[in-house]
Ligand binder design. Structure first.
Ligand SMILES: NC(=O)c1ccc[n+]([C@@H]2O[C@H](COP(=O)([O-])OP(=O)(O)OC[C@H]3O[C@@H](n4cnc5c(N)ncnc54)[C@H](O)[C@@H]3O)[C@@H](O)[C@H]2O)c1
Length: 427
């Protein structure tokens, strides 16, 4: 019997760790349209920092073969020989928060052009229920000329990794699997079970697996929106929200969510996928979209709190020097996609403040390219009128705030990580 050969389409935060893991047991070809990413990966460097250089180098091979290992490429012919195609491309929203399926459709066209009888195409990208069968499969059929569930098959297995989290790595997170027929579901499940040490959960249908993923992130979004609302209420009442959450958290079934900015590629985006599909069915989601609205408004809220604090200290707002600590969407990770720190920055600028952005994790070029903002990776040797911590990077714990504060200055801590004697106010 011929050995299974896996192609992973899209080598980003999700695709690369998966490709690396499968490469320990299978011949794997990683395919990406970004040629810079391919050459970096083939030299053993992962700019997303999800796979360390040594681990990556330990699986890299010089060319496609039947031996276990990972070969990364942007050449279509190199994936022709595979029999599993796993698609891990982005699923963003547009400026009106509508799902953008273009990368998924384009990746399906790529796979369709090399699809053969007996192949299985597995989608991992987060989508709304129905996207695989209604949007992607028709593309595979059209381009390949093959018939679904007769000539080729499909699966859906959502990814649950958490960028920057070195503890819950891909093999240690239980994985939901599914297939386009019961037998294919079992095959897909066996494939993942061979590498995921935490095990798998075989869902009855592709739609169930798609829905499961999108509600995991929607649930988090709503829970965070709830504590963000609490933070606004308790702030008006002059009660420390974190003290309240700690006290309530002493009950066994109180959920430990914290207030903050909700950005990134997942939690702030995925609920819109579910909402859009619900609307297509004539249902207008209330709770899901209320959560989105509230979380999307937090950047403005943080900025207005900082400004009020400065006014209360008689600090002139126009041209005030404000230092923002952190521009990535989360701590200890270089990912700046859909970061809500930019909302804080934009609002502070609107008030007339002069903002400096310090983030030791963010790539300055990427920040400039994505947001037209200048960020720096070393702490400036200057003094500021206000300091706003938006991301809990570990480096921020070592800052000597007395060295960067003007005589009259305020410190606002969105993440509640700085000690009480440093902070004037927290979210
Ligand atoms: N980042 C996360 O934490 C996370 C977690 C779980 C699920 N997801 C989901 O996984 C999917 C991928 O997310 P990501 O964070 O890995 O994205 P990413 O942007 O890090 O990586 C996607 C990669 O796909 C490549 N790509 C884009 N179009 C392509 C095409 N047509 N053909 C080949 N390659 C293509 C890009 O060049 C990029 O390298 C999304 O649906 C996301 O919602 C992400």
């Amino acid at each position: 019997m011929k050995k299974d050969k896996i192609a992973i389409i899209g080598l980003g935060y999700v695709g690369l760790p998966l490709a690396r893991l499968f490469a320990t047991k299978f011949p794997v070809v990683g395919f990406d349209i970004n040629s810079k990413r391919i050459s970096e990966l083939m030299s053993g460097l992962d700019a997303t920092l999800e796979v360390d250089n040594e681990t990556l180098k330990s699986v890299l091979v010089d060319d496609v073969s039947d031996a276990n290992g990972l070969y990364c490429t942007n050449q279509l012919e190199k994936i022709k020989d595979c029999n599993y195609y796993i698609i891990t491309v982005p699923t963003p929203v547009d400026k009106n928060n509508r799902p953008v399926l273009t990368p998924l459709i384009k990746a399906s066209e790529t796979v369709g052009s090399v699809l053969k009888k007996g192949d299985i195409v597995i989608y991992e990208s987060t989508v709304y229920p129905g996207a695989t069968e209604e949007e992607c499969i028709p593309v595979l059929e059209r381009v390949s000329g093959l018939v679904f569930n007769q000539d080729f098959f499909a699966g859906y297995s959502p990814e649950r990794i958490n960028p920057g989290d070195k503890e819950h790595t891909v093999e240690k997170i239980l994985k939901v699997t599914s297939g386009s027929t019961p037998a294919i579901g079992q095959k897909v499940d066996d494939l993942y079970r061979s590498v995921i040490t935490a095990g798998t959960h075989l869902a009855p249908t592709i739609k169930v697996a798609e829905a499961a993923k999108v509600i995991e992130n929607s649930q988090r979004d709503i829970n965070i929106a709830f504590v963000n609302e609490l933070a606004k209420i308790f702030n008006l009442m002059d009660i420390n929200t974190h003290d309240v959450l700690e006290a309530a958290g002493s009950k066994w079934n109180f959920l430990p969510f914290k207030p903050g900015l909700v950005g990134g590629h997942c939690i702030g985006v995925d609920p819109y996928y579910l909402a859009q599909k619900a609307q297509e069915y004539g249902y207008h989601p209330e709770i899901i979209l209320a959560g989105r609205r509230l979380n999307d408004s937090m950047g403005q809220y943080v900025a207005s709190e900082v400004i009020k604090l400065m006014i209360s200290e008689d600090i002139r707002i126009k041209d005030a020097k404000v230092l923002v600590l952190g521009i990535t969407f989360k701590e200890n990770c270089p990912d700046v996609r859909n970061t809500k720190a930019v909302d804080v920055i934009a609002a502070l600028k609107e008030y007339g403040a002069n903002v400096t952005i310090f983030d030791p994790w963010a790539n300055e070029e990427e920040v400039l390219h994505e947001y037209n903002l200048k960020s720096i990776r070393t702490l400036p040797n200057e003094k500021f009128d206000a300091i706003v911590l938006t991301v809990s990077h570990k480096e921020f714990l070592n800052i000597d705030f007395s060295q960067i504060k003007n005589k009259k200055a305020v410190v606002y801590d969105v993440k509640n990580i700085l000690s009480e004697n440093i902070v004037d106010k927290r979210l």
